[in-house]
Each structure stands twice: as C-alpha cells, then as structure tokens.
Write a protein that binds this ligand. Structure first.
Ligand SMILES: N[C@@H](CCC(=O)N[C@@H](CS)C(=O)NCC(=O)O)C(=O)O
Length: 268
C-alpha cells in the first residue's frame, strides 16, 4: 500500500501565527514537513498552488493529505487536535471549551496585530535593527539582503495596515492584563506557573497568549529560532507583566516538545 504523504506546513519562521500552529502540531506529535515561505517572493507560488489570485494570502497554510487546505493557524491547531499522534497529549480544544478558546485566540491576534505593526515600524525606522533581523537565508547577500528585507517589510506594512491600525497599544495591554488577572485569580498568590486560562488544564488558549506575550519580551532559542527584536513600545511594561512572562516561560518549559526537535537535530 502506498504511504500517505506527510502534511505540509508552509510557514514563516519569524511569524507568531506560524509559531502558534507549530506549537499545536508538535504538541500533538504530528509528523509534517515544512516549506519555508518568503513574503513577497513566495506569494506568487503559494497563490499558484492555492489557485487563488484574489484573496489576501497569509501563512501558515497547511496542505493535508485528506482534509484539503487549512488557511488559518487556528484551523491548523484544531486539525492537529483531531489527528493527534501523541498518546496522552492534553487536548488543546476540550469539549465545550471551543468558544472560550476561540475568544482567547482572537485576543491573542489583537496583541499580535499591534505587535506586527510595531515591529514593521521599528525595522523601517532603525537600520541597525533591520540589519540584525536579516534572516539566515538572505544573510549571504550582504547589503542586498538588507535591501531585500527592507522591501519585504515595506510591502508587509502596506498589506497589514488595516489590521495594525484597527488595534492599539491600549487594547494590546488590556488583553495581557486580562490574561494576567485571570491567571492570578486562580490561586492564593505566588507564581502563576502551572495555571491555565481555560478549564483548569493546558489548552490552545495558553499557547495563543504565551505566544502573544512575546510582544513584551521575545523568547529566544531554543523555542524561537529566528531573531525577534524587542518592541520599544512594550519595553516599559516588562515589570508590570513579570508574572505573565514567568508563566509564559513555564508554559514553554513544560509544553514545548523539545525532544522531537533534539532528535531531529534542529528546530524548525
Ligand atoms: N489569520 C491568519 C494570520 C496569519 C498572518 O497574518 N500571517 C502573516 C504573518 S506576518 C503573513 O503571512 N505574512 C506574510 C505575507 O503576508 O506575505 C492566521 O491565523 O493564520
């Protein structure tokens, strides 16, 4: 019998949405192959594969062997839960909790949309930061790599202006404050480690907010392999969100499936 092809994740390593999807896939022990996506240059080929020349194309996109194409990180995470290959993996979408989890994911997107706007602005206004952020695949090009990155970031700024300007620092901070206070409300003080946003157990809501809290303080390797510059707009809030960041570090320490990556010899 012919072997079923692996699902294929088209992903952008620096992107928080690709990060959310990868976390869920790894949590569920899904074997998949990754096709790196390069904004602007990769868009034509992705559109060709999708047969879509009209809608806004974003990544991650997952090509599944039997269930068609998944266009949203959230749908990829849900798919991973119904195709989990890891016995005993916590269900990321327990029965009856989906609306609450969906709402936390939307809140995570509010933070991330604003965070992306800040990232794009800071890269365009700070050449030193832009140089530091050139991805490995473009570094060999030297100054041309920096020029290409500037072009890509300028294009992203235009493409995502609507999402960026529909959110604000105040809204992003409100989400993070809400998450921190929901976690704090669950116990008698002390560390927030081991607490969860929904239903007393680890769910995709925790992944979504843990990833969004990178806006306040980026995660480094081994979890995030692409360099992600700190966002100036959020620096002043690191102290206020110290508990949330400690919780976030706990989520990654406990749930990011490191072993499979170590075995594969590299992080994806
Ligand atoms: N709603 C989408 C959002 C994904 C998204 O905004 N992806 C951006 C990440 S920066 C992207 O694909 N950028 C590259 C491009 O637009 O070419 C999801 O959750 O998957």
């Amino acid at each position: 019998m012919a072997k079923e092809p692996l699902p294929e994740l088209v992903s952008l390593s620096i992107s928080a949405w690709s990060f959310k999807a990868r976390f869920a896939l790894k949590h569920n022990g899904i074997k998949y192959r990754t096709t790196p996506y390069m904004p602007m240059f990769g868009e034509f080929f992705l559109r060709m594969r999708l047969g879509d020349w009209k809608s806004k194309v974003t990544v991650p996109v997952m090509f599944t062997p039997r269930d068609g194409i998944l266009h949203q990180s959230y749908d990829i995470a849900r798919w991973s839960d119904t195709h989990s290959a890891r016995p005993g993996a916590e269900r990321l979408f327990p029965d009856g909790k989906e609306p609450e989890i969906r709402s936390w994911n939307a809140k995570s997107d509010t933070v991330l949309f604003f965070g992306r706007q800040c990232l794009v602005d800071s890269l365009l206004s700070d050449p030193a930061q832009l140089r530091k952020t050139v991805p490995g695949g473009l570094r060999w090009l030297g100054p041309l790599g920096v020029a290409l990155l500037r072009l890509i970031v300028t294009r992203l700024a235009t493409k995502y202006r609507a999402e960026g300007s529909s959110t604000s620092l105040a809204q992003a901070l409100e989400v993070l404050r809400e998450a921190q206070s929901v976690l704090r409300a669950q116990g008698g003080g002390g560390s927030l480690r081991g607490r969860y946003l929904v239903g007393g157990g680890f769910t995709y809501a925790d992944i979504a907010i843990a990833v969004a809290s990178q806006t306040v303080k980026p995660l480094g390797p081994p979890y995030a392999t692409s360099p992600r510059p700190p966002l100036p707009q959020f620096q002043a809030y690191q102290e206020e969100f110290a508990d949330l960041l400690e919780w976030r570090d706990g989520v990654f320490a406990q749930f990011w499936p490191m072993d499979s990556e170590r075995k594969a010899g590299k992080a994806q």
